[in-house]
Ligand binder design. Structure first.
Ligand SMILES: *Cc1c(COP(=O)(O)O)cnc(C)c1O
Length: 404
């Protein structure tokens, strides 16, 4: 076989559109919660590909599903359905509130579908102008034009005006503000049960209950963006299950494929028919390859052992982080659920989250930020305790640099 083309990190700057600023090393191989770079340096993975690699790297369940399906059928197009996608739809509907599923390839696409469905339901209601969307400051819903507009971080949308209109942003966890914004013209309210990118900020249960009541009162659809919180991340299959509040639409992606790109919009028999033949679509969504992997990952995660294991690891992680913080005093607050954990920097270290993840990389640890002041961890849902210990030891060395 020919040698593959030799590449280095500096080639990123040569050839890649510069929307990202990746770390100065290139991961080449992963196993469980460890990865190795081109120099064979080993890292503990507390980032999990941004809440994606729910089973870590190269888990046999995912690898077997992928390779088995790879020899059978990859893609047929939506003129035909396929067995893996129907099995995955059965799993998702049997284990959630939903009756129907639309498959796509990413979180943004799932939210795009959700917002479009809500607009269509609003139109079909016959109520004049029922197209308003209520969303929340600091939210993140993806990078398409509609989803950056629904997101509550103007830095992601303002350069792309004119934006889709009819979207009203109010303060997160402020039920009075939501009440003032929701009316007969509202077709949807979109909210993350835990704001992930925005800083790992959990929604109050009373806030979610209040949104549910307002949506019922005004005939608006309640959309839960569970792209980051879904598929076991919080220790429940979906985060809505922790709140007792059931949405009309739920979007899921990230962990759903365990690293293979797949997304889905879940809804009920009441709303699904508004997306009649031809109203929406996708080329790749629900292809057999992605569906087979997602089906295997979902089945593995949706067991009491794995979900209880996430809750156990949450406590284990928190105890370790608190011990670390008792020594270094860098975090004001450690928050989140399950294995979606955010550490909020003290005011004196404001803006230093990125530096911490850079130093963590030097020490052999992959970690994330969630805004400039929050260090975020979203590791594999089955990360071994000894890998948590080792990752915390490496984090300790990174924090020592900060404290200096
Ligand atoms: C990551 C994320 C998205 C976007 O998902 P992509 O797959 O990057 O399009 C949307 N919503 C939330 C809550 C996310 O965390």
């Amino acid at each position: 076989m020919e040698q593959p083309i030799s590449v280095t990190r500096s080639n990123f700057n040569d050839w890649m559109v510069p929307v990202f600023a990746p770390a100065n090393f290139i991961p080449v191989r992963g196993e469980g919660s460890r990865i190795w770079d081109q120099e064979n340096k080993e890292y503990i993975d507390f980032a999990g590909g941004i809440a994606v690699n729910a089973l870590g790297h190269a888990h046999p369940v995912a690898v077997n599903a992928l390779t088995e399906q790879a020899t059978k059928l990859w893609h047929v197009g939506n003129g035909y359905t396929n067995e893996p996608v129907l099995r995955l739809a059965k799993q998702l509907t049997e284990n959630t509130f939903a009756d129907k599923v639309f498959f796509c390839n990413s979180g943004a696409e799932a939210n795009e579908a959700a917002l479009k469905l809500a607009r269509k339901v609003g139109l079909d209601s016959g109520v004049a102008g029922k197209s308003g969307i209520v969303a929340f400051n600091n939210a993140f819903h993806g990078r398409t034009l509609f989803t950056v507009s629904a997101g509550g971080q103007p830095k992601y949308s303002q350069d792309f005006a004119p934006l889709p209109n009819g979207i009203n942003h109010v303060a997160f966890n402020d039920l009075e503000a939501a009440k003032a914004a929701i009316n007969e013209q509202t077709c949807a309210v979109i909210v993350e049960p835990i704001q992930g990118e925005g800083g790992v900020i959990p929604a109050d249960i009373e806030f979610l209950k209040g949104l549910r009541a307002l949506c019922d009162e005004f005939g608006a659809l309640l959309i839960f963006d569970e792209v980051q919180t879904g598929v076991g991340r919080t220790g429940s299959l979906y985060a809505y299950m922790n709140s007792g509040v059931t949405p009309d639409i739920l979007t899921t992606a990230k962990a759903l494929g365990g690293g293979f790109p797949v997304g889905a919009m879940l809804t009920t028999d009441k709303f699904a028919p508004h997306f009649s033949v031809g109203t929406h679509g996708t080329t790749y969504g629900g292809n057999p390859l992605a569906s087979a992997v997602a089906g295997a990952v979902f089945e593995f995660i949706n067991t009491p052992e794995v979900l209880e294991g996430v809750k156990h690891r949450h406590q284990y992680f928190l105890d370790a982080l608190k011990t670390l913080n008792a020594e270094y005093q860098v975090f004001d607050e450690i928050r989140g659920q399950g294995l979606l954990i955010g550490c909020v920097l003290k005011a004196e270290y404001a803006g230093k989250a990125k530096d911490i993840t850079t130093w963590a990389g030097e020490e052999g640890l992959l970690a994330l930020i969630a805004g400039p002041n929050v260090v975020r961890f979203t590791p594999s849902l089955i990360i071994p305790e000894q890998d948590i210990d080792e990752g915390i030891a490496r984090l300790k060395r990174a924090l020592a640099k900060l404290a200096k």
